[in-house]
Design a binder for this molecule. Structure first.
Ligand code: C2E
Ligand code: MG
Ligand code: MG
Length: 560
């Protein structure tokens, strides 16, 4: 029988393509024609020993019949097969193995590549469950990886000096390959990357396929972090050359998230989640790189995740409140209306600022139901005040509208329904949008704003000066009012630049027929300067902070 050695020139080009060195060839009688040295060494045969003559003799007695039956189903119409079966080692122990077998109908030969699953089973009763092996790559799967990690952690409890590292590895832009070259190519790529990872680490380290294009590597008994980074750089170097997949050259890079064994005891799931988190960070930096897990990053992410989960219930559990901040005429110091601002009374965390939860709501899409809720609440309240204080000029209410809401197909019908339901005249509703809310699909956004305006609703451009603030833009937007951001007001009285900016904007806005609200007015001197510039309205702590509805009502009654 021929034994392939590592430095042999493979006489079958078939072997060229396989990253594995665990290879064998047998015929229809299952007689072995060829077996790789690496494989024999793994099974414990030394150079002089005679290897078994029949494929089945390599296997555990209990797996022989089933394996023979599976191979018997192969033929020219069913040329490939993958299954797991245990191998017998010379010392009597068992080794879990995934077999990939191809049948060459012309030569009537079977080519088999074996993949160790890193499950070392002892005794004959141990079974290698298929549920531990990834079908495509033959690598251990997530469950097995977690299992091994658990074992590592337990070992470390006894011997603290044993360091380990968990690497979460993701193929950058894998979806692009999968979509542009097809799933078959995607599969080939996954198999090739799996091979590179497997070949780069020591045989005692575990490489597993965790999910889709994500792999896990467990490096055990390492000295320090630098040993881990060395493995990362070796893998990156191997990936510099493209893969040849079915006549295509495919270049890939991978991103790593790394958790190094620390002192705080954690569960395997936690460690893997942290590694995953860092990997996502590495990808966000452009890919082809690594990020070492960091505690602060972890805490932030956990906090955010909790916030997101809780936010899902905030509306239906009645934890949201609408607060109202007065909008005041600068010439007459009279109350003209309120801006409705969302507040979240979290059962455990107390009052959460919208600066914290609005961005989360926007990212997750929760802003749509949340925004609908605050719109209804603001309209309902404004209508109640209109009826209660019928003898005074009606107060308007401003509601903030986010990008997601603006792009949502139901926005116009939602607004119309809420106005009809609450009975608030559309002329008393103002909607605040920011420049960034229009980015992406400006044309559609402008069309929607036009429709809102036709309904009689007035539109405000919020936070002006902080975004793109292209002045030519102002012509094109169907808006009524410009709201100058508070960052220009804070130092208005001390900083001539801010003063000039505000002056110029006010001048221009007035020419375009827009009126102005200045946000963040905290001092009387600021209000004076703005009044001198003929700014119509102001809003800020000088008059009142945003307050609950019943307090806002007191402001209506007692005046500012
Ligand atoms: P915004 O729409 O620009 O709201 C004005 C923010 O400035 C409010 O912060 C308000 O409390 C604060 N503010 C007002 N006057 C002063 C002042 O004199 N000094 C200082 N330092 N701050 C002042 P708040 O309530 O924390 O809201 C922050 C942002 O969160 C809002 O900025 C808005 O973009 C967003 N937001 C709040 N509620 C909602 C909502 O219901 N829907 C949407 N889409 N966004 C909301
Ligand atoms: Mg606003
Ligand atoms: Mg603002």
């Amino acid at each position: 029988m021929y034994r392939i050695r590592r430095d042999d020139t493979p006489f079958e080009s078939f072997f060229f393509k396989l990253p594995d060195t665990f290879l064998l060839v047998f015929d229809e009688g299952l007689r072995l024609h060829l077996i790789s040295d690496a494989w024999l060494a793994t099974l414990g045969y030394d150079q002089e020993a005679t290897p078994p003559a029949n494929f089945l003799d390599l296997l555990h007695a209990d797996d022989q019949a089933a394996s023979r039956d599976k191979i018997a189903t192969m033929g020219s119409d069913n040329p490939t097969l993958r299954f797991s079966a245990r191998c017998r080692r010379v010392d009597g122990s068992c080794l879990g193995v995934v077999w990939n077998i191809s049948f060459d109908a012309e030569r009537r030969l079977y080519y088999a590549s074996a993949h160790e699953t890193a499950v070392h089973l002892n005794g004959s009763d141990a079974h290698l469950p298929d549920t531990f092996v990834d079908g495509l790559t033959g690598l251990p799967n997530r469950s097995l990886f977690l299992d091994r990690l658990e074992h590592t952690l337990r070992r470390r409890e006894r011997r603290k000096e044993l360091m380990f590292a968990v690497l979460h590895c993701g193929i950058d832009r894998f979806k692009v390959v999968n979509h542009s070259l097809g799933h078959r190519m995607g599969d080939l790529l996954l198999m090739s990357v799996a091979g590179v990872l497997r070949d780069t680490v020591r045989p005692t380290d575990m490489v597993a396929r965790l999910a889709g294009d994500e792999f896990g590597i467990l490096l055990e008994d390492i000295r320090d972090v630098s040993a881990t980074l060395l493995v990362v750089s070796r893998i990156q170097q191997k990936l510099v050359m493209p893969f040849q997949l079915d006549g295509h050259e495919v270049f890939v890079t991978v991103s790593f998230g790394i958790v190094f064994s620390g002192d705080t005891p954690r569960s395997p799931e936690d460690i893997l989640r942290d590694a995953n988190l860092s990997m996502v960070q590495a990808k966000a930096h452009g890919g082809g790189n690594y990020v070492l897990f960091d505690k602060q990053l972890h805490d932030q992410a956990v906090h955010r995740l909790e916030l997101e989960l809780d936010l899902r219930h905030a509306v239906d559990r009645g934890q949201l409140e609408a607060y109202f901040q007065p909008i005041v005429g600068l010439a007459d110091r009279r109350l003209h209306g309120f801006e409705a601002l969302a507040r979240w009374r979290h059962p455990g965390k107390g009052l959460v600022s919208p600066v914290e939860f609005i961005p989360v709501a926007e990212e997750t899409g929760l802003i749509v139901p949340l925004g609908r809720w605050i719109l209804r609440e603001a309209c309902r309240q404004a209508r109640a005040w209109q009826l209660r204080f019928a003898d005074r000029p009606p107060l308007s209410v401003s509601v903030n509208l986010s990008a997601r809401q603006l792009a949502h197909p139901d926005l116009l019908s939602d607004v119309a329904a809420i106005l009809a339901e609450t009975g608030l005249p559309s002329t008393l509703l103002k909607l605040e949008i920011t420049e960034s809310a229009m980015m992406g699909n400006e044309r559609q956004a402008i069309a929607v704003l036009g429709r809102l305006r036709e309904m009689g609703i007035r539109l405000l451009l919020d936070d002006f000066g902080t975004g793109y603030s292209s002045l030519s833009y102002l012509h094109r937007l169907p808006i009524d009012t410009l709201k100058i951001d508070r960052s220009f007001i804070t130092n208005l009285h001390a900083n001539p630049n801010d003063r000039h900016f505000v002056e110029t904007i006010v001048h221009l806005a007035h020419k375009l027929g827009l009126d102005i609200i200045c946000e963040g007015v905290e001092q009387a001197v600021q209000a004076e300067i703005l009044a001198g510039m003929d700014v119509e309205y102001s809003q800020g702590f000088l008059y009142s902070r945003p307050v609950a509805a019943h307090e806002a009502e007191m402001l209506i009654i007692t005046g500012l």
